[in-house]
Structure formats: structure tokens, C-alpha cells
Ligand binder design. Sequence first.
Ligand SMILES: NC(=O)c1ccc[n+]([C@@H]2O[C@H](COP(=O)([O-])OP(=O)(O)OC[C@H]3O[C@@H](n4cnc5c(N)ncnc54)[C@H](O)[C@@H]3O)[C@@H](O)[C@H]2O)c1
Length: 468
Amino acid sequence: MNKSVVLMVALLIAAFWSCGTAADQKKNEQPGVIRVEVPERPEGQKDVVALRCAPLDTVRVGFIGLGMRGPGAVERFTYIPGTKVVALCDLLPERAGKANEILTKRGLPKAVEYSGEEGWKALCERDDINLVYIVTPWQTHVEMAVYAMEHGKHVAVEVPAAMDLDECWQLVNTAERTRLHCMMLENCVYDFFELTTLNMAQQGLFGTIEHVEGAYNHNLEEFWPYYQGNWRLDFNEKHGGDVYATHGLGPACQLLDIHRGNRMTRLVSMQTQAINGPKMVEKFNKRKSENFQNADQTLTFIQTEKGQVIHLQHNVMTPRPYSRMYQVTGTEGFANKYPVEGYCFHSAGAIEGVPDHENLSMHDFVPEDVKEALMDKYKHPIHRELEEMAKKIGGHGGMDFIMDYRLVYCLRNGLPLDQDVYDAAEWSCIGALTRLSLENGNMPVEFPDFTRGAWQKLKGYHHYMAGE
Ligand SMILES: NC(=O)c1ccc[n+]([C@@H]2O[C@H](COP(=O)([O-])OP(=O)(O)OC[C@H]3O[C@@H](n4cnc5c(N)ncnc54)[C@H](O)[C@@H]3O)[C@@H](O)[C@H]2O)c1
């Protein structure tokens, strides 16, 4: 368990057993709860909620990590106006070289190549880069992100940004101290169904949102041998908990305005056995795994300050259709993405501009043509602008391009980014918090407030646009 985590198992029940009426006892009964330390904000340091930095004329980027995911990001940047790929780095020199071919093919000048264990440090130290884009194994993200910020660079870092609570705080403290952006590259929040549904939610179509589901259910059997140095299976072998929560949680948090007037307060986690995990070690690493930590399926419930519940799942081990679940339950409506995309509404009350109002039903999904009309009417302005180009360039169907485009757009316009360092910490801390719950008989675990009191400064989630 992480050293900085102070476990205060508050078994408050006992103090009340001996006095008061049954009703009093009920009122005062508190289940055991695990609280983790919230380190004091260092003196002179302020929060970075809605951080604005000087607009960048050109986003000059250095990429670290050019394995399965990295080269696609390099390619996407070549299509975004106002960018220049200055440097490319991978542990393995041939991967940096190969990524440079992407630039050549696109008629762009070659970038400077770095390689080896510490090549990334030299990249971060360059004075002609203003963004470091990190696509390396999880275990390396924070060291690189912190170093880059300490050398005056904004940071974009793949998911999850951090792997334990101490790492989350390192990101928060470094971003607050340096006043630089640290964005986690959570792409699923830009997917077409998710962003449209967020727009519908923000315009009140679902009424008060009460429950959201999200997941990473993706059998990785065919991928395990390709992670460089076996980093991903190795991490799963050594760590229990929902270690890859951000694809499911990110969209949920934007719907629920997390740290924009709402916050996640506590979670409880449960898990199945780890049956298939050890089999993967036997199959690919040709050895027995006596103590494989990550369960085949992990389930987590999160309570929010405003009384909503989020249900998260993680399963990368068993054969089942890919699913990020993505389900929204509100007082007036419902949205669902997997396995069937659909909307359902409480009443047949008119939604202006949408046909077949009488078909809006509270018992079933609206008909396909109504769904299409709804999705068109509530298409997010970001999709209206970028959808066509994004689908052409691709990256998980286009959402990756939209993510990179928005990052560059906000940096060039001096706007707060769509995802800030607190999102990175809140969405990444799930691994550590679920582990605490699982290792302690499924006890509730309180979320640390990474904003240290600033979670009510903003009123609602918002994508900033030029001129705001
Ligand atoms: N958002 C998404 O949809 C998505 C999808 C896939 C992967 N990812 C994330 O992207 C990251 C990379 O995943 P991947 O699938 O590309 O893994 P990978 O193993 O294919 O690639 C990682 C690369 O990092 C390099 N690397 C390792 N240590 C390094 C160091 N010290 N300096 C420089 N380079 C180093 C490796 O050589 C390798 O080329 C992970 O954080 C993963 O979670 C995100």
C-alpha cells in the first residue's frame, strides 16, 4: 500500500451503541469508512481550475512513446493547423525512426529523434517545444509529466495519467506550482454518442441525472504480447482494482459536473476471482503466476455529493463484446450506448424539431428515425465543426482526432482545456481507491478532494470556445 496513504478506519458505530434511542443509533450509525490523506497545498500555490495560459501561435510538440498508440497521434497532429512535430522519442531507436517516416510521407520536415532509457529527458529539456505528449507505459507517465512541466512544457498524457494516489498528487502539485496545463488524453469523452448525449443532458432532456454507468470491458487476449516489455500484463499481475477506469468514468464525470459544482464522495468495490489473468501469464510469459492480483471482473459504485450513483466495470480478461457501458438514467429520460444505442423519454412531450412525438415512449427506445433526428438536433457544436474531418482522419472512429484538435485549439486560443489536471487525478485515482476497498473487505473509501476546496468554483461542465 502506498506510504503516503493514511488509513483512518473510522468505526464510529461503537461510540453510539451504548447511548440514545434506536432512532438515534440509526441516525448516528456510520459504516466504517477509509479516508486517505489530502496533503496541504504548499504555501503560495493556488488551484488551477479554469487555468488560462498565454495563447500559443504554434503548438510545437515532442512525442514520447511510439508503440501501438503513439504513431497514430503523430499522424493526427500532421492534420491539425498550427502544429509542428519537433521531436520524437522512444526507448527503441527504430520506433522513433519509423514515426519520422509519417512526417516524411506527409511532406513535413523530419523531427529530431531521441531514444534509450533517458532520451525523453533531453526531449523535455529542449527550448523549442511547448507541449510534451506522453504515450508510454503507465508506470512512466508521472515521472515524465512532472519533468516536462518542470521544464516549462504543457503536458498531454495518455490514460490513466497516474497509477497511485501519490502520483496523482504529484501531477496536481506540479501543475499548480508551474501554472501549466496537464491534460490526460481521455478520448472517449469526444465519441459521437457520448458528446451528443452530454449536449442533450446539458439542455435538460434527461431531467435530473440520477445514475450513470461506464466501463472498460475489452478482452485484451490478442494484445497482451504486443505491449513493449510486457508492461500491461505485468501491472495487472501486481495490482488489483479497476486499473483502467477513465474511458468509462470520464464521460460520466462530465455529465455529472464533477469538480464543477459536484464531486465524487465515496466508492465501494467488489471483484470476481482472477481465473483468466494467470492463464495469460502462462500463455505468454511461459511461467506460473501464483498471486495474480487483478480480478477477471471488477465492479465499483461511486456516490456523488449531489446524490447520484456511478456504476463502473473493468474486465480485460474474459470473452465478451467490447463495452464501455455508457448508460444515463435521469428523471425524464434515459440514454444507452452498449450493446444498443438508444434513447427513451418519460413523456411524449414535444421535443421541438423532432418528428413522431407520439412515439416517444417511456417503456422503450424511441424509433430509429426519432433517434437520428434527436442526434442531429443535439449534435454538439464541436462535432458540427469537426465530424467530417475526424471521420476521414480516424483514430477510434474519429474521437482521437477531435481530442487532439481540441487540445491544440484551446492551447492556441489561451483557453482552459476540456480536461484539467484535477480530471486527470480524479479519473486516475480509481485504481488506488478500488484497491483500498477490495483489500479491506469492500469498505467504502472516501475520495480525496484534489481541488482542495475549489470544486464549486465552476458551475457545470463547459467546453470553452474562442472569444470566451
Ligand atoms: N486512449 C486510448 O484509447 C488508448 C489506447 C491504447 C493505449 N493507450 C495508452 O497509451 C499508452 C501506450 O500504450 P501502447 O498500447 O502504445 O503501449 P506500447 O507498449 O505499444 O507502447 C509503449 C511505447 O513506449 C515506449 N517506452 C517505454 N519506456 C520508454 C521510455 N523510458 N522512453 C521512451 N519510450 C519508452 C516503448 O518502447 C513503446 O514503444 C498507455 O498509457 C495506454 O494506456 C490509450
